[in-house]
Write a protein that binds this ligand. Structure first.
Ligand SMILES: O=P(O)(O)OC[C@H]1O[C@H](O)[C@H](O)[C@@H](O)[C@@H]1O
Length: 289
């Protein structure tokens, strides 16, 4: 049973926070409905949040789980990663299972994008497992399209020691080298991530959900994370800025790249088309093995 969700200031961010009897806790910022912290009963934090992140209530928060909507990256005319991460979401429901946050169209969203929508982010928390689900509905009279991502910053002790399994055989676009290839067998390591970083989009065609494993071999057993994306996530984006970009990002410490790896459930290569009234969902579930 969770203590009631309470509105707090978490490291300077207005946020909703809950702690469960076993010690599990979660913190969700009002801005962007951005999950900022998820701690399991052992006290371990599983999300990276940059201590240098801006806290002005508008600039993107560097860390946690930003919701990129209705545009991913700079693949369109909107601000980078859309506007959802810059705006305040309403708390719709909060109980012992989790919390639901809502963003609907307003003058602020229509300034960028003329469409009517209802976006709900549902964060469900269990012992050692958390699910983030984004439901988007077209509440207008005309069809529209979007791209989106759940841009999770997973906290790692040292990215150079971290390995990701489950990507083999997937078509991959390396955004830094602008090359395309099929990911070879074996897991992916990030020891070479120091430079120039790592920024790849993996295609996951088909309806089955994709299962990845994040491993930190230097850590005791039981620190393995399973990452499952819903079948609607047609891409997985894996990103780490590396040394140079980390230095140039004003909202990240110089060595911030070492403690994080973004593994993102995304739907970006083919925009999602929604007819009036139509709804679409994407989710990511993180489980501590
Ligand atoms: O700095 P941001 O706007 O938050 O974007 C951070 C990163 O997001 C994604 O992972 C993209 O693949 C990267 O190319 C981008 O640099």
């Amino acid at each position: 049973m969770a203590h009631a969700w309470t509105r707090i200031s978490y490291e300077g961010f207005p946020a909703w926070c809950a702690q469960w009897a076993d010690g599990t806790s979660a913190v969700v910022a009002e801005q962007g409905a951005q999950l900022l912290s998820w701690k399991t009963a052992d006290g371990r934090e599983h999300l990276y949040l940059s201590p240098a992140s801006l806290r002005d209530g508008q600039a993107a928060i560097r860390g946690g789980v930003p919701v990129c909507f209705p545009q991913f990256n700079v693949r369109g005319p909107l601000p980078k990663h859309g506007f959802a991460r810059n705006l305040r979401w309403q708390m719709l429901q909060a109980d012992e299972d989790g919390i639901v946050m809502q963003l609907t169209d307003s003058a602020a969203t229509r300034a960028f994008w003329p469409h009517a929508f209802d976006a709900r982010l549902r964060i469900t928390v269990h012992a050692r497992q958390l699910t983030i689900g984004l439901d988007v509905q077209n509440t207008g009279q005309v069809p529209w399209s979007m791209t989106c991502a759940l841009h999770s910053y997973l906290q790692v002790d040292d990215v150079a020691q971290t390995r990701l399994t489950g990507l083999q055989g997937l078509a991959c676009w390396d955004a830094l080298a602008d090359t395309r290839f099929v990911q070879p067998p074996g897991d992916v390591g990030f020891a070479a991530t120091t430079e120039p970083g790592f920024d790849r989009v993996f295609s996951t065609p088909g309806a089955a959900g994709k299962v990845l494993q994040l491993q930190q071999p230097g850590l005791p057993a039981g620190r393995r994370m399973e990452i499952v994306h819903s079948g609607t996530a047609s891409e997985i984006v894996v990103w780490n800025p590396g040394v140079q970009l980390s230095h140039s990002l004003a909202d990240m410490p110089d060595d911030g790249w070492r403690q994080m790896l973004c593994v993102e459930a995304a739907s970006i290569d083919t925009p999602v088309q929604l007819a009036p009234g139509q709804q679409w969902s994407i989710s990511q579930t993180l489980t501590l093995a």
